[in-house]
Design a protein around this ligand. Structure first.
Ligand code: PLP
Length: 328
């Protein structure tokens, strides 16, 4: 265990754990515990890669501003990298983002630009547009643009994919992961399929998002609001490499949240809603398999960020998410 020069050197090399309590044999489910990254999510990987690449290429210099639209996790990673590299950090965040995430960002000195999450994506004040608009006004700003910049995928192709391949010792039937920007599932899928083209990749979307309809070649529905943070989008964005994805599943808020609680209660893994969505997706996929399978999945962030929502009985009950639990 060497001494690190700064905490960004602790990004990646996360543990992989067998989820044998929530998915018993004969199947084997291996989960990459990404909430053990320094700021608590998988997004530290892209923050580190994008900021250090921009510095190396001279696209940003000391004292410059990093600006992004983030549901909170990328913002945390960029906040850490900004502090370490002497940059300023400004983030466009939906007002509906959990209180824990907003408080953490403020604690790391991030300047928050709060937007109304109910505005349509084409609106200049919307979550999808606001950062683009602000970045266009000031060319000195570094805008990583995690939804459209495929360097996001590249970070996972270079780090998450190879780590998974090594930890699973090259024996993987399926990779199942949530799709938010699409960076994780696309980058990992591309790497794994280069190692073994038989590996099938299933991306998890959320009810209300347009990704699944786009993937299936259906006309895009009007997006509907949902509560699950981190997955899906109201419009098709540039990062998902749909050609690397074999199938998509669409989870509901309640299914994702109840599965997250199950991970906590039965595996001791206090993870966020998109981790629950991943477990739900793994089960959907395995229910159709006739042979024992080895599945890798990924737990993007920690449940600590959702104590006032997913892990609050009253919040869950008021939205009807607990009532359904007994019925499965
Ligand atoms: C909590 C959480 N889970 C999953 C994801 C999805 O990862 P990706 O953006 O790489 O598709 C994100 C990304 O926004 C997230 O914040």
């Amino acid at each position: 265990m060497r001494v690190l020069d700064d905490i960004s050197q602790a990004v990646g090399s996360t543990p992989m754990v067998r989820l044998s309590r929530v998915v018993p044999p004969p199947h084997e489910v291996l989960a990459k515990v990404e909430f053990l990254n320094p700021t608590g999510s998988v997004k530290d990987r892209i923050a580190q890669y994008l900021v250090d690449k921009a510095l190396a290429e001279g696209r940003i210099g000391a004292g410059g501003v990093v600006l992004e639209a983030s549901s909170g996790n990328t913002a945390m990673g960029l906040a850490m990298m900004s502090i370490l590299r002497g940059l300023r950090c400004r983030m466009v965040v939906r007002r509906q983002t959990s209180r824990e995430k907003l408080d953490s960002l403020r604690a790391l000195g991030v300047e928050l630009v709060l937007v109304d999450g109910s505005l349509p994506p084409e609106h200049p004040e919307s979550y999808n547009r606001k950062a683009q608009v602000l970045a266009a006004e000031d060319p000195s700003i570094f805008f990583p643009d995690q939804h459209h910049n495929r360097d996001n995928n590249e970070a996972h192709y270079r780090t998450t994919g190879p780590e998974i391949w090594r930890q699973a010792e090259g024996r993987i039937d399926l990779f199942v992961a949530g799709m938010g920007t699409g960076g994780t599932v696309s980058g990992v899928a591309r790497y794994l399929k280069e190692q073994d083209p038989r590996i099938r990749v299933v991306a998890i979307d959320v009810e209300g998002s347009v990704f699944s309809d786009h993937f299936a070649g259906r006309p895009l529905p009007a997006p509907r609001p949902y509560l699950l943070e981190g997955l899906g989008d109201e419009e098709v964005i540039g990062c998902p490499e749909f050609e690397c994805i074999d199938a998509m599943e669409q989870v509901s808020d309640g299914e994702a949240f109840r599965a997250a609680r199950e991970l906590a209660a039965r595996e001791g893994l206090l993870a966020g809603g998109s981790s629950g969505a991943a477990l739900w997706g793994v089960r959907q996929v395995l229910a159709r398999e006739t042979e024992p399978r080895r599945v890798v999945t990924l737990l993007p962030d920690s449940g600590n960020r959702y104590l006032s929502t997913i892990y609050c009985d009253r919040w869950m009950a008021e939205r009807g998410f607990l009532a359904a639990a007994g019925g499965g």
